[in-house]
Ligand binder design. Structure first.
Ligand SMILES: *Cc1c(COP(=O)(O)O)cnc(C)c1O
Ligand code: SF4
Length: 360
């Protein structure tokens, strides 16, 4: 896409030609190779259909038609460890609501579109998005370890992303050619669905670009499959000359069980600053008590609440939206319960803007 807004926007979509065009292919991407690691086995064993998911949480087939209708374009995908944290028999469990498709996903809502954050316009080349000054985002893979129904990338054309490390060369060359890029963000999909050997290789290539000084990893994997925090992962994070930052994604305190907290602790112990971003979601975390507990659990685990995102207005996710006015009320109340350092910034991403916009 040649169009570049006035403010530089770089998102590097490494995975584009790599990316698979259908959800099925996407899943295969993540699990195609031999799965010598425990986390890969867990990924491979993830629940991939509505019937199985409902059975697993003890819900009747009353919910099935809606779930099957809703899953048409974006399939069900939920690892066992995530399902195990759901309350059995509760159709409104806050974790289940994040992964169980619903009839509402087919409804059209005014203002809800396929590319709400302007990724197409920000694309510099396969695998590379440049949206924000100083930061380039590399889309390393289309695969995720969970399919979040509210995801703004649910319609993203992942099939265009590169597949091999060599295929990332053009994106890396573009980063090298722009010395204003100081930070590279590995995103996706979820970059941690790639094996550590591949990630270590990408990171080494990025570190070979003298103008880049920071490496950020955006991932939900430590939350959904805590086994993903392997010694190999910690080794490449520790070993690079780049300053590492990890941004994880938990929306509800129930996602943060002892196993997850232990994995987050390993990252922090390795010297990696860990931040959390959450999405404000109707019926899931739109209460003061829930947000306070989420932020407290995070901070007690030495993870800083970073962003609370207003939902991106992606087609199929309108039923998750909390009005901004309500969001502002919640955040104002949050402030009276939490220390200042535990307050997430309430933000929204607007296509074409040079940064996320503060809503408070
Ligand atoms: C959110 C985002 C970033 C990073 O923004 P921060 O405010 O630094 O967290 C970078 N690139 C893209 C495309 C983004 O959406
Ligand atoms: S929110 Fe993150 S983990 Fe969930 S489907 Fe979207 S990209 Fe994947």
């Amino acid at each position: 896409m040649e169009y570049l807004p006035t403010k530089p926007r770089i998102v590097i979509d490494v995975a584009e030609s790599v990316r698979a065009s259908t959800a099925d292919e996407r899943e295969r991407d993540a699990t195609a190779e031999l799965a010598p690691y425990r986390w890969q086995e867990l990924l491979r064993a993830a629940v991939r259909d509505s019937r199985q998911l409902l059975a697993r949480v003890g819900l009747s087939s009353q919910w099935l038609p809606g779930a099957e209708a809703g899953s048409g374009e974006f399939s069900v995908f939920a690892p066992e460890a995530y399902i195990a944290k759901m309350k059995f028999g509760d159709p409104y469990d806050p974790l289940l609501l994040q992964v169980l498709p619903r009839q509402e996903e087919l409804e059209e809502s005014p203002g809800f579109v396929r590319d709400p954050v302007g990724d197409a316009a920000a694309k510099l080349g396969p695998g590379l998005l440049h949206k924000y000054a100083g930061r380039a985002l590399l889309v390393t893979t289309g695969a995720c370890a969970i399919h979040c129904r509210y995801c703004f990338r649910r319609h993203y054309p992942y099939s265009e992303s590169p597949r091999s490390a060599a295929a990332w060369e053009p994106a890396l060359a573009q980063i090298a050619a722009d010395s204003s890029i100081r930070e590279v963000i590995l995103s996706g999909g979820d970059p941690l669905t790639l094996v550590d050997a591949t990630l270590a290789e990408i990171v080494e290539r990025i570190a070979a670009i003298p103008s880049v000084v920071r490496l950020r990893v955006h991932t939900r994997l430590p939350i959904v499959i805590p086994e993903r925090v392997t010694d190999e992962l910690l080794a490449w994070l520790r070993g690079t000359r780049l300053a590492p930052i990890m941004v994880v994604h938990a929306n509800h305190p129930q996602e943060l069980d002892a196993h997850v907290l232990q994995s987050l602790g390993k990252l922090v112990d390795a010297g990696v600053p860990v931040l959390n971003q959450a999405v404000l979601l109707r019926g899931i975390n739109d209460s003061v008590a829930t947000l306070v507990e989420l932020c407290e659990r995070l901070i007690n685990a030495r993870v800083l609440p970073y962003y609370l995102h207003q939902l991106d207005r992606v087609a199929g996710a309108a039923h998750f939206e909390v009005p901004i006015e309500r969001g502002r009320e919640l955040v104002a109340q949050l402030r009276s319960h939490l220390p200042g350092y535990a307050m997430p910034q309430y933000v929204v991403e607007q296509a074409g803007e040079g940064s996320k916009s503060l809503l408070m």
